[in-house]
Structures are given as C-alpha cells and as structure tokens.
Write a protein that binds this ligand. Structure first.
Ligand code: IFC
Length: 682
C-alpha cells in the first residue's frame, strides 16, 4: 500500500472545509493510488471523537478520490473535526498493518443563516401589503431579526428596509395598483444570511379615486407640518455653538488627537451633549447598528480597562505555563507556553508580556491591542485567548502558530510547496483581510512578516507592530510628517497623504502575494525607499516572481493600480483565488520566463555601469571576444537574444571549455539579476 499523503492543508469557510495535500512519497510501485477521507467529530472538552455521520457532504466524493483535494460542506457550526486523508491502492485491503494517513484538525465557524425560502402574502390594500414567511431551513443559530427590503418594481434604486423580530410585516405607504418586489434575509450572531429570491406582490387598484384623495388630505397636512417642525429643530440644533467651545470630555479630545486633520469630527460629535448623557444613549459613544459588526477603536473608551474586559477574557496566571522566549515585543517578550482552562485540555499558546516598570500609557497601549484583537473572530485572524491584568506581569495570550511568521517560513522552505498550496495560503490571508475590511478595520501594515502560519499551513493575519524593525533604514521609513510607514508595502496615496483604507490594504496584499510567490524575497530588493517611491510613482511595478502563474501576477498588478477605486475588493480577491483553486489548470499558464526577461531588456536597456550596447562589446568585456563571430552567426546578435542563451546552447555553439561556459553564464546571470531588479513599467 502507499505511504501517507503529505503536507495536508485546510481552509475553513464557515461550515465548509477545503483540504489539499500532495501525493504520498511511496505509491507502493503502483499507478492506482486514490484517496479516502475519514471524518471525525471531536468534543472540545473531553477530546473524544466520533464518526461524522451522513449529514456531511464531500465534493466531489469521499472515497476513490483521484485528485489531491476535497471539500466538505454542511458541517456543524463551531465544531472540532479531524479529517484523516488516506492513500489507498489495489492492495490496501490486504494490508494487515496500520492505516497510513495524514490527519488535519479544524474548527468550523458559525455559518450565517440560509435564505428564507417561502414568503406568503397576507392582507393587501391599495396602500399596503402584509407578508409572512417561514424561518430559513438552516438558521445555524438563533435568529435575532429579519430584514425586509422592498421597492417598486423597476425602481430598484430607491428601496426601503424594515426590520422585524417576527415572521410577519406590513409594508404601508405604497402606491395603489403597483407591483412591489420583496426580499427577506435573517440575521444571527454570525451576521446576515443571503437575501431570499425576489417575491412580487401588487397593491389593490384605486376603487373610488375622489374619495381616496379626499381621505389623504388630512394625512398630507399633518405630515408636512411635522416635517417642517422637525427641520426647524434640526437646523436650530446645528446652529447652537460648537463642541470645541463647550468641550466634549476626554474621549473626544482623544479622537481629535487621533484624527488631527479631521476637525469636523469634533463638530460632528458635539451634537451629543455632555459625556454622561452620551453614554446613556450611545453606549460609550458607539452607535451600534444592528447586524453591522464594526470594529470599535478602544481609544474611544473613557476607561481602557473597561474596553479590554468588554472584548477579552481575563485568564488566571496560574492557568499559564511559560515555556520559552520566541521573540521580542515592543513592551516585553513573546513566549510560547501552554494554557489549561477549566474543563478543557491543555493547549499551546503564545504569550506577550508587558515588562515591569511600564508607564500607564504603555499599559493602555498594550491592552488596547488586546481590545482590538478580541473583537475579531475569524479562522484567518490570530485568535486571542485572553489577557492577564489582575496579576503581574500583564499578558496577552493568543493561539500558538507553530511555523511562526510567513516570510521567515517561506525563506526556510524555498521552492518546497505546490502552487496550489501557495494559493491556499494567499486565499486564507485574503479571507482574513476581507473580514477585517468588513469590520471597518484598516490594518496598515499588511506584510508577510505580519502573517503567522501554523502546522496545517493555515495563515492568519497578525500584527507585530514595532516589535520588529519596520525597515532596515529607519531614516527612510519616516515620512515628512513623522509617521513610520513600511514604504515597500504601502500604497502611494497612503505614503503621500496618509490615506489608509481597505484599498491601501489591498495594495499591501498585492505585495504579500509577490512575497509568497517568490518565497519571501524582499520586495524591490535592495532599492532604497526613495527609489521605490519614485519608481512606483512613475508607474513601475514589481516584475512577476519566477514561475508565477499569469493569473496571479495579473491579480498583483490589479492590486497595484494607482487609482485606489480600481483595485479589487478583498471579497473579489477571495472569489478569484477560490476559482483558481477549484480549477487548478488555470494556474498552469506561467508568466513566460523569457518574455519576462526580454521585456525588461527592451524597456530597460541598461545604461551606465555594466551595460553593453552590443554582443561584441559584452564578450570583449568578459574576455570572451573570440566567440563574437559564432554568436552573431547563430542568431545571438542582440543582447535581447543573448539573454535567452542556455548552457546547452553554448555547448552547441562549440563553447566546450567549462571555464568559458562558466564565465559566460555567470555574466549573463549577473546581467539578468540587474535587469530583474529593474522593474516592469505598467
Ligand atoms: C497595536 C496594535 C496591534 N493594534 C492592533 N494590533 C494587532 C495585533 C492587530 C492584529 C490583527 F491583525 F488582528 F488585526 C493582530 C495583532 C497580533 O497579532 N497581536 C499579538 C499576537 C499579540 C500577542 C501575541 C502573543 C500574538 N501572538 C504571537 O506573537 C504568536 C507567535 C506565534 N504564535 O503566535
């Protein structure tokens, strides 16, 4: 029988899991290897596992898989699963020994509710339509409310949304005898599900026009009066003094410090009277919109301790065993260790400590980080286990990512992964970034060094801030306005006028794609920050990494569009990568290696040192002038053509002396490196 499959990776999307692996090292000398997936559902408390049962669907199938990937759908939400991937062949049945498999542990997330499928009309009048519907087939949690969107048929641009906790509503104020389109979606703690299909219902036609018009006159009079009064109140309110005169308390002065160029914020928040009252109405000044989960900046909290305990669990120091130091943080050390929570099995964690003798501000910033991380719950975002604040040292505890940061991991494993595995990593990162951008969180320092990777090769977005030097050249990393910016990863508008948005995160994501596909190469190599800024501004972009699928390089170029609105959104990037993963043959077309180099030659005929205007000049310079004639006669008459010469070609041309071969190939290599270090103009 074959040995076990290798390098299995998983990607979790809500309640679906995508698995991928590479074939076994030993096929047992046979060609009939196929794969079988065993699924076990595991209890996170007892650690006991049982078979998954028949509700799980396998795409394309569970047994006899010929390809090295499979997708499991309809798993339970928030459940630990172990998948065992076994390679089998025609003699596996006869094998008395242990099964050879690779296993992957994953935890599913909560899925959003499935769409509402049946909607019935109730009472219909000339101005109103009543509806009722059934709870979705798969609510995947407790339904908190429904959202009903409706609009007049063919007038989609102007729609109305109503929310309801019940499964019935009445839409009124409608036009008589008109068709309306209704769509309903449910919301659980996991967010909104998809909208139902469109349901069309019509109001009843006007029967006696005159009488109905009569009956509406008092309504119109009342509405107009109320409208005018409201408008007057609002205008009066806006004209009554400014916040900055009256002061808005500590939180808003902090906001003003955080957004110095957005002074209107101050005038904006002034409408919120004094801080006490503000708290009552807005819960710490955060207007929580139902169903829209947005990230809350912990700085807006009056009391940072309240923020951290709203978003992070307090862990008792006695539950933590620190094992070894794995890095340096801005305020202390980062260690690996183990966490044993009540009723749970001990598991590995990473621990960041706040060194003794910290200032109040350092403690606030340190715990502010935990308040941010605690708001996120996504398989591709580093997961916060909790904080220790009641004893010293103060700590932040996260899940442990065995393989550390992605840039170092890729450098260590240069060339070791399949393209699909690399795309799987990129897909995970894009999915985490989609989540952050949906939450309204702008990362600002997305780079491979800020991605962690675990033993299943799952990538998670993280942020180590200043704990690692942002740039080798700290001078150049400072902008004219004093902010520290990782130039090579940052979009031009963010460098130029600090316009950090999810679109600038998309630019950085493009750079991460390039880092991943080139196994941790430094973007723009040893160019200085100033040269990078200049080249990018002039429209130059990084060239394709070696052996990079054309579709991926195109996606990188899309992320690096100057106009930030033209860049793809993270959800589009995720779907694009999913499409490529589902159809691996789409990754077979590589950016043509020769076009890559000759392209550079054409656009960047090197000038200055090390540049040669002719083949003869070049060969003379390396004391190989004797071969000029042979080169010219065999079609290598331009530097462009010479760039493609291989060792075989040299032998064919009669360059048989190994020393000469080496001299020519080395010189060519050197030129290519210089050229590749130049960039491709868009
Ligand atoms: C100042 C600040 C930092 N504001 C936000 N962050 C931030 C930190 C944001 C995010 C992200 F991506 F989710 F938005 C992540 C982090 C982060 O990764 N923090 C962090 C990670 C804090 C403490 C620890 C112990 C770790 N984990 C590890 O360093 C680690 C190593 C290996 N495994 O885990």
């Amino acid at each position: 029988p074959p040995s076990a499959p290798r390098s299995a990776i998983s990607n979790v999307n809500e309640t679906s899991v995508f698995l991928e692996w590479i074939p076994p090292a030993d096929t047992g000398g046979r060609k009939d290897v196929s794969y079988y997936i065993a699924c076990k559902k595991c209890n996170s408390h007892s650690g006991l596992c049982e078979a998954c049962g028949s509700h799980v669907r396998y795409l394309p199938q569970q047994t006899g898989l010929k390809n090295t990937s499979v997708m499991m759908v309809d798993l339970l939400a928030h459940t630990n699963y172990t998948f065992e991937i076994e390679a089998v062949n025609g003699v596996s049945d006869q094998n008395p020994g242990a099964r050879q498999f690779v296993s992957v542990n994953v935890t599913t997330n909560q899925a959003a509710p499935s769409p509402v499928s049946s909607v019935k009309k109730g009472k219909i009048t000339k101005n109103s339509i009543s509806l009722s519907w059934q709870e979705p087939d798969r609510p995947n949690g407790i339904i908190l409310e429904y959202e009903i969107k409706y609009f007049e048929k063919d007038e989609e641009t102007s729609y109305t949304i109503i929310k309801s906790k019940l499964t019935t509503i009445t839409a009124d104020g409608l036009k008589p005898g008109s068709a309306y389109i209704f769509q309903i979606r449910a919301r659980t703690a996991a967010g909104y599900g998809g909208f139902s299909r469109r349901f069309e219902f019509e109001t009843s036609p006007v029967s006696v026009a005159a009488s109905s018009d009569q009956s509406q006159i008092p309504i119109i009079v009342v509405s107009v009066t109320v409208g005018v009064i409201l408008l007057a109140v609002v205008i009066g309110f806006l004209l009554s003094g400014s916040c900055c005169d009256h002061g808005c308390g500590w939180a808003s002065s902090l906001r003003a410090v955080a957004y110095p160029n957005l002074t209107w914020r101050c005038g904006y928040s002034k409408a919120k009277q004094d801080p006490e009252e503000e708290k009552m109405h807005f819960h710490n000044g955060h207007i929580k919109l139902p169903g829209v989960r947005t990230y809350i900046d912990p700085h807006t909290y009056e009391d940072p301790n309240q923020a951290v305990h709203e978003f992070a669990k307090e862990i008792e120091a006695s539950c933590i065993t620190i094992e070894r130091v794995i890095g340096a943080g801005e305020f202390g050390e980062v260690c690996s260790g183990r966490l044993k929570l009540q009723g749970k099995r001990e598991f590995p964690v990473a621990i960041k400590t706040l060194k003794v003798g910290y200032t109040e501000k350092q403690r606030r910033d340190f715990l502010g980080e935990a308040s941010i991380m605690g708001q996120f719950d996504h398989p591709n975002i580093i997961h916060l286990e909790g904080v220790v604040t009641k004893s010293k040292p103060v700590m932040i505890v996260t899940e442990y990512m065995e393989n550390g940061s992605l840039d170092t991991f890729l450098k260590k494993n240069d060339g070791q992964f399949t393209v699909i595995q690399l795309v799987g990593m990129l897909r995970g990162i894009a999915s985490g970034m989609k989540y952050l951008s949906d939450m309204g969180y702008v990362h600002r320092d997305l780079a491979a060094r800020n991605i962690l990777i675990n033993s299943n090769l799952v990538c998670k977005v993280s942020d180590f801030g200043l704990s690692r030097v942002l740039e080798d050249d700290p001078e150049a990393a400072y902008t004219t306005r004093g902010g520290k910016i990782p130039i090579r990863w940052t979009a031009p508008e963010a460098i130029a006028f600090r316009k950090f948005t999810s679109a600038s995160d998309v630019w950085s994501y493009g750079i991460v794609m390039w880092e991943v596909m080139s196994y941790g190469e430094r973007p723009y190599w040893e160019m200085t920050n100033q040269d990078v800024i200049k080249a990018v501004e002039e429209g130059y972009r990084l060239p394709s990494p070696m052996d990079c699928p054309a579709a991926l390089y195109q996606l990188m170029l899309d992320c690096w569009q100057k106009d930030r609105n033209s860049r793809p959104k993270f959800d589009e990037i995720v779907s694009m990568l999913d499409k490529l993963i589902r159809n691996p043959s789409s990754l077979k077309t590589l950016v043509n290696a020769s076009s890559r180099v000759s392209n550079l030659l054409v656009e960047h005929s090197p000038v200055g040192s090390g540049a040669y205007r002719s083949v003869g000049e070049w060969l003379e310079a390396i004391k190989m002038g004797r071969y000029t004639e042979i080169f010219m006669e065999n079609g290598y008459s331009s530097m462009d053509a010479v760039a493609q010469v291989t060792l075989e070609d040299l032998r064919r041309l009669g360059v048989t002396l190994v020393g000469h071969q080496k001299k020519i190939m080395n010189s060519l290599q050197e030129m290519k490196v210089q050229l590749v270090n130049g960039m491709v103009p868009l």
